[in-house]
Design a protein around this ligand. Structure first.
Ligand code: BTN
Length: 243
């Protein structure tokens, strides 16, 4: 059956989830921790994960899909989290491609999707979710204070993290089932309705350089389409987006 693996303090819930995946744990297994000592973000960054104030969790999935479809799961998770935050807080967050969730232009959620694959088949996907819930501004390191925020800072209210987790998992399960049955299109449309950058001029900083253009949308695989001033479409798999 389903299994929630709860820890007081870990280095990273991703690391534990990878181990559980390797050990054969079932799809739907969740790892939640009160604190992460070395929480990880995308692009080798750290993720600030102080005790008792945020949601630090990893979700193990085992979709029967080829590896290039894995980014779609990040987008599914983003939609589930936006819907859950809307329902619980009545705030209206937006998504910044591929995986940031913002309120008033500040980041409150980060998602890190990692996979284990063999040949052309996904073995497991670990979706790491970090949500700033009850932090005060002064809880953030100074360098984050202008770019990060929390649900408390944005609404003036504290939230029960267990309730949020419960709603997120319910939404995620529903969207994931819908995805497995009907494909990505319905979710892609939802994702685009929450996305900030579609139709706007952005700069995508990739490892090979920066590309400026208008974000046109995402492909069926969750790849960002960027049209430059010469009308050429660039397909962005991984980048930092500046708006
Ligand atoms: C990002 O925006 O760069 C992604 C941040 C992902 C953070 C979460 S917190 C739970 C899980 N464990 C980690 O070490 N990272 C992810």
């Amino acid at each position: 059956g389903r299994f929630i693996h709860f820890e007081e303090s870990v280095d990273s819930t991703q690391k534990i989830a990878h181990k559980l995946a390797y050990d054969g744990m079932k799809e739907g297994t969740i790892v939640v921790a009160e604190e992460q000592i070395s929480g990880r973000g995308r692009l080798d960054r750290k993720w600030h994960s102080p005790k008792y104030t945020g949601i630090w969790m990893s979700v193990l999935l085992r979709p029967n899909l080829p590896p290039p479809k894995a980014p779609q799961l990040t987008l599914i998770a983003a939609v589930a989290i936006v819907q859950a935050i809307e329902e619980v807080t009545r705030l209206q967050p937006n998504i910044k491609w591929p995986n940031d969730i913002l309120l008033n232009g500040k980041k409150i959620v980060g998602i890190l999707t990692e996979m284990q694959a063999e040949a052309d088949k996904i073995n497991s996907v670990i979706i790491g979710i970090g949500i700033n819930v009850n932090q005060q501004l002064e809880h953030f390191p100074e360098e984050l204070q202008t770019i990060a925020s929390s649900l408390l800072i944005e609404s003036g209210k504290t939230y029960t993290r267990a309730k949020l987790i419960q709603v997120i998992l319910a939404k995620l399960e529903k969207l994931y089932d819908q995805y497995l049955q009907h494909g990505f299109l319905p979710i892609k449309l939802l994702w685009e309705s929450y996305a900030l950058s579609i139709g706007k001029q952005i700069v995508a900083r990739t490892i090979t350089g920066s590309i400026k253009g208008v974000a046109k949308g995402i492909t069926d695989d969750g790849v960002l389409m960027l049209e430059d001033k010469d009308g050429k479409t660039h397909y962005i798999h991984s980048a930092d987006i500046e708006m």
